[in-house]
Design a protein around this ligand. Sequence first.
Ligand code: ZN
Length: 131
Amino acid sequence: MSDGHLHSFQEQVNDLLLRHRSFLDVTSKYQESSSRVNRALTKAVTECGCIKIKADKQSYPKDAPREEWKDYFKTHLSGQLCDHCQDIVKTEMGKNLFYLTALCNLLQISLTDVIQQESNHLSTLGVFNLR
Ligand SMILES: [Zn+2]
């Protein structure tokens, strides 16, 4: 998606956000939509079963070079979202993105700038980014 697409998405959100223009409504809807993403993922595990979680302590050889650590860290996830679950997850992620964008609008922050700034930050951190 180009900068132009992000900018027009941000304008689209601005045009559509009539009912929840309050900062409090937007921040609470943003938080709620984030929970709904997590809920959709949980249901993919517990109700559908297309993905499974098998978690244990992350470990890596202490003598492994730092740039190889990611090869040892597990996602704790197996399987793949089925079409149905993926559709729901994408819908919830879209709503979450909508409210993040609405928050950007209220604070007069460009969504493109947020992504660009984060990308620059990641580039600077490079392999030592431990998020
Ligand atoms: Zn599924």
